[in-house]
Ligand binder design. Structure first.
Ligand SMILES: [Zn+2]
Length: 312
C-alpha cells in the first residue's frame, strides 16, 4: 500500500473517507425518501458493503492488533518500581535541560521550531533512516507520510494524527504546535511499520526522536518521554512531581503549556464523544485498556532504559 500510494502527494485515504460520508448521506436520503421501502433489497446491500469494508480493515491493518506485545519481543519486563520510574524521570529531566540550554535563548524561554511542515516530515523520515542502523525492524521504506486534509476537524476531535487502516497512509494534523509534530509523525510511522497499539507507537516515537541526529527532534523526544513519566509519578506520588518539575527549566514547562493551551482552545462539547468512540474502537481491537493503555509506554521506557545496553 505504501509503495503504491506513497507517491500521491495528498492523502487518498482522506478522500475515500470524504467520498464514503457523502455516499452515506445520499444513501440515507434515498432511504428516507422511499420511507425505507423494499428492505429485502437494501438490507443485504448495506450488509454486503459493510462486510467488504470490515474484511479490508482486517486484511490491510487489523491483524496487527494481535501481534506479540512489544515488551515480549524486546525481552524486557512490563512492570517497574516507583524508584526506577523516579530515577528515569530524573535522567530525562537532566537530558531535557541539557538540550533545552542549547536551543533556547535562556532557561525560561521556550524552544521555537522554525521549520516548515515539509521540513519536519523530511527530518522525521531521516530519524527512521538513522535508527534502522541499530534496529533493522524499524527500516521505513515506501514512505507515505502526509498532511491530513481534515486537520481542522481532527483538531476539534482532539487528534494529533491518524493512520488510515484502509490505505495505510500516515496522516498528521498539521495545525498542531510544531513542537509536537516530530513525535506525532514518528508515532504514525510507527503504526505503519505494524506497531498498531497506541502505547507501542508512542514508545517507538520516543526511541526514534530521542536518538535523532537533529537536536530539535531530540528535544521533542526527551520531553515527550518525560511527560509520560511525570504523569505516572503523579499517579503514584503526587507530591514528588513538584519536586521533580522544580528541577526542570521553566522554558520546557512553557513548551508543555503551549500544547495544553492549544487543546484547551479547541475544546468543544463533541470532542469527548469522538474520544469515547476511539476508546471503544481500541477495546474492540484487542486493547482492553482502551486509551488508558497509553501509560504502558512508561513501562516500556523504564525497562528499556534500565537495561545497561540502552542507557543514555
Ligand atoms: Zn496512534
Amino acid at each position: 500500500m505504501r509503495y503504491s500510494l506513497g507517491f500521491i502527494p495528498f492523502s487518498l485515504g482522506d478522500f475515500l473517507y470524504a467520498a464514503f460520508i457523502i455516499l452515506l448521506i445520499f444513501w440515507l436520503a434515498r432511504r428516507i425518501r422511499q420511507r425505507f421501502k423494499s428492505p429485502k433489497m437494501w438490507i443485504p446491500d448495506a450488509l454486503a458493503s459493510l462486510s467488504i469494508i470490515y474484511f479490508c480493515f482486517h486484511l490491510f491493518w487489523g491483524f496487527n492488533y494481535y501481534r506479540l506485545p512489544l515488551h515480549q519481543s524486546l525481552e524486557i519486563e512490563n512492570n517497574y518500581t516507583t524508584k526506577k520510574l523516579i530515577k528515569l524521570s530524573e535522567s530525562l529531566i537532566e537530558k531535557s535541560n541539557e538540550i533545552h540550554s542549547k536551543l533556547a535563548k535562556n532557561d525560561s524561554a521556550k524552544v521555537e521550531y522554525d521549520f516548515t511542515k515539509k521540513e519536519l516530515f523530511d527530518i522525521t523520515i531521516e530519524g527512521y533512516e538513522h535508527i534502522q542502523k541499530e534496529f533493522p525492524e524499524l527500516a521505513y521504506n515506501g514512505e507515505a507520510l502526509k498532511r491530513s486534509l481534515f486537520s481542522i476537524p481532527l483538531t476539534y476531535m482532539g487528534f494529533n494524527g491518524y493512520l488510515n487502516p484502509l490505505t495505510n497512509e500516515a496522516q498528521v494534523n498539521t495545525i498542531i504546535i510544531p513542537y509536537k509534530i516530530p513525535t506525532t509523525a514518528s508515532h504514525e510511522i510507527g503504526h505503519q511499520l505494524g506497531f498498531a497499539k497506541e502505547n507501542e507507537a508512542n514508545f517507538i516515537a520516543c526511541l526514534v526522536t530521542m536518538n535523532h541526529p537533529n537536536l530539535y527532534f531530540r528535544y521533542s523526544g526527551y520531553t515527550f518521554a518525560l511527560s509520560y513519566c511525570l504523569s505516572e509519578v503523579y499517579k503514584r506520588q503526587p507530591e514528588k512531581v513538584k519536586e521533580l518539575t522544580a528541577k526542570l527549566h521553566p522554558g520546557i514547562l512553557k513548551n508543555y503549556r503551549e500544547v495544553d493551551e492549544f487543546w484547551l482552545k479547541h475544546q468543544n462539547p463533541f470532542e469527548p464523544l469522538f474520544q469515547a468512540t476511539y476508546n471503544r474502537y481500541l477495546i474492540v481491537n484487542n486493547q482492553s485498556d482502551g486509551m488508558k493503555s497509553y501509560s504502558y509506554v512508561v513501562a516500556l521506557l523504564v525497562n528499556y532504559f534500565d537495561d545497561s545496553r540502552n542507557s543514555f
